[in-house]
Design a protein around this ligand. Structure first.
Ligand SMILES: Cc1cc2nc3c(=O)[nH]c(=O)nc-3n(C[C@H](O)[C@H](O)[C@H](O)COP(=O)(O)OP(=O)(O)OC[C@H]3O[C@@H](n4cnc5c(N)ncnc54)[C@H](O)[C@@H]3O)c2cc1C
Ligand code: FES
Ligand code: FES
Length: 502
């Protein structure tokens, strides 16, 4: 790729004043390393002033909020060493770049690691699931990271590569506090190793949040091993109720070795509520969190106990046969062998995009967002700027067939991609997509900020879940944050289109 991308001095697209999250005001060097070793060397070279870019759903928000200001952004999203989901002799290997959506949909994860599949199903919006990676979820070090309670309950091991070589850490030792991990200078998380569950294992995850696509007020995961009527082993973990995801070891000890009963589950919940360390914050109060831990513990134990009865193939919540977006978005194999690409903050480079079937060559700066390229450079204003931080869905487009938020996507990172915007749904002669016709027929109208997202997500829904239920539709569209109306007519229009899409 790099040979075709000439870097030229930038003149007109720098120096925007930072007025809101519409643009990324910070300037930084942008690098796509050719190998994992090179990525490590770059981190060392920058000595803490560089940030890795995987899905960008956390990093770009932090940069827009001016909580992070890296001198260099190192895009590792194409490195094959960090990719893939594959069974191993001891269990399952999950590359750090594995998308949350791909995990949710992976049959092996659903069958053997139900708690993890459920955590991924409960994660943000469909768009965030399709962009966000497992590695990013672990490395941002948030106590609210949804994948982490399940990973800790399964005793996941993390493989880290850095200047001193390779080391493996249990996830429990990786998380040190809010936003703090055991990553040392220059270290990169390569993959997550999940041990194969013993016979008789059951697992479950439950999250409670203010609205469907929000971070957890509290979450819980359990992995227990059942022999007859007894719990012989148990790991019980909680998110969003402490400075980091934590284990309730006293509650685990009460369960292990004892016959399972409703009373035992209640007792474990009571003890877990004493063990957690919640705080008051914008999402909940410490009091509520402690109270809800009791109920969550009871429910999660009942669910895992039932699953441990025999059928390890129990599916996670909301899981069904899908074709699955998520893996597709990484484009790793295609780009696995490319050369290093490096562009300085004051430079811009030529990228090629196919947008709605039309090819463009555009010079972009490292900090230019796909949203700005589409709206301001190509004048495709159907893609909207709403929140600018991943929450409203108004900027949803398809990148190589996968929904993505253009407000959290660096244009330089999608060089060579095919982009579909709402303008591209109709045919060139103006004939509307059957989906658009169905929306009109059902009077499914929302404002100009909401409609593009609704249409782009529905278009993708029929690929992902060919025969969706109403619950699937609501779940898939939950990333559209309308502030003023209901979704009833939208859901009706989508359901009316099901037959036509098949
Ligand atoms: C609107 C919205 C809703 C969200 N909802 C949820 C939710 O419900 N649950 C939840 O858990 N999270 C949620 N998130 C947070 C975020 O989407 C996830 O944490 C996601 O998994 C981050 O992955 P990413 O690939 O986008 O990370 P990035 O933003 O690319 O990276 C995050 C951080 O990790 C570092 N990093 C990334 N990969 C590696 C690696 N391999 N080795 C070392 N360091 C690395 C980066 O340098 C960066 O500092 C939400 C975010 C938004 C914007
Ligand atoms: S503008 Fe991108 S999600 Fe709101
Ligand atoms: S219809 Fe768009 S915000 Fe409510």
């Amino acid at each position: 790729m790099s040979n075709q991308r000439s870097a030229e001095p930038i003149h007109e697209h720098h120096g925007h004043p930072m007025t809101n999250s519409h643009i990324l005001v910070q300037e930084f060097e942008y690098v796509e390393p050719a190998s994992l070793d090179e990525a490590v060397s770059l981190l060392v070279e920058y000595g803490g002033r560089a940030q890795l870019l995987a899905g960008g759903t956390n990093l770009l928000v932090q940069m827009k909020m001016e909580r992070l200001a890296p001198d260099c952004v190192i895009n590792v999203g194409h490195l094959p060493e960090l990719s893939g989901v594959a069974p191993t002799d001891g269990g399952l290997r999950l590359g750090a770049l594995t998308k949350i959506r791909a995990l949710r949909n992976a049959p092996l994860v659903q069958a053997e690691y139900a708690a993890l599949a459920e955590a991924c199903a409960a994660f943000g919006s469909a768009q965030i699931q399709m962009m966000g990676t497992l590695g990013g979820n672990l490395c941002n070090g948030s106590p609210a990271s949804d994948s982490v309670p399940a990973l800790m309950a399964f005793d996941a091991q993390l493989r880290l590569v850095g200047p001193a070589g390779e080391r493996t850490l249990p996830v429990e030792e990786f998380l040190l506090g809010p936003g703090q991990t055991a990553l040392q200078d220059g270290e990169i998380l390569v993959d997550v190793q999940l041990p194969r569950p013993r016979a008789g294992t059951g697992s479950a995850f439950i999250k409670i949040s203010r609205v469907a696509a929000d971070l957890a007020k509290a979450s819980v995961a359990v992995v227990l091993v059942r022999e007859g009527d007894r719990v012989v082993d148990c790991r019980l973990t909680f998110g969003s109720v402490g400075p980091t995801v934590l284990r309730a070891r006293r509650a685990e000890a009460v369960l292990a070795g004892n016959p399972f009963s409703a009373e035992l589950a209640l007792e474990a919940g009571q003890i877990a509520a004493e063990e957690v360390l919640p705080i008051d914050d914008v999402r909940s109060t410490a009091w509520y969190r402690r109270e809800v831990v009791k109920a969550l513990t009871y429910d999660v134990l009942q669910a895992a106990w039932k699953r441990a009865e025999g059928d390890k193939g129990t599916r996670g919540q909301g899981d069904k046969e899908t074709r699955g977006h998520g893996d597709k978005g990484t484009r790793d194999t295609e780009h696995g062998t490319r050369d290093t690409f490096r562009i300085a903050p004051e430079e811009e480079c030529l990228i090629e995009l196919t947008v709605n079937g039309v090819g463009y060559e555009i010079f972009v700066a490292p900090n230019e967002l796909l949203l700005n390229v589409l709206r301001e450079r190509l004048e495709l204003t159907g893609t909207k700027y709403g929140c600018g931080v991943g929450e409203c869905g108004a900027c949803t487009v398809h990148i190589d067939g996968v929904p993505a938020l253009a407000c959290l996507t660096l244009a330089v990172a999608v060089d060579g991609s095919e982009i579909l915007t709402v303008e591209g749904l109709a045919s060139p002669d103006g004939e509307l997509d059957p989906l658009q016709e169905a929306f009109i027929e059902q009077n499914a109208f929302q404002c100009g900020y909401c409609m593009p997202c609704m249409l782009m997500m529905t278009k993708s829904l029929f690929f992902d879940i060919p025969a969706p239920t109403e619950d699937d539709v609501r779940d898939y569209l939950k990333g559209n944050r309308c502030r003023c109306t209901g979704f009833a007519s939208i859901v009706r229009a989508v359901m009316a289109s099901v037959g036509e899409a098949e």
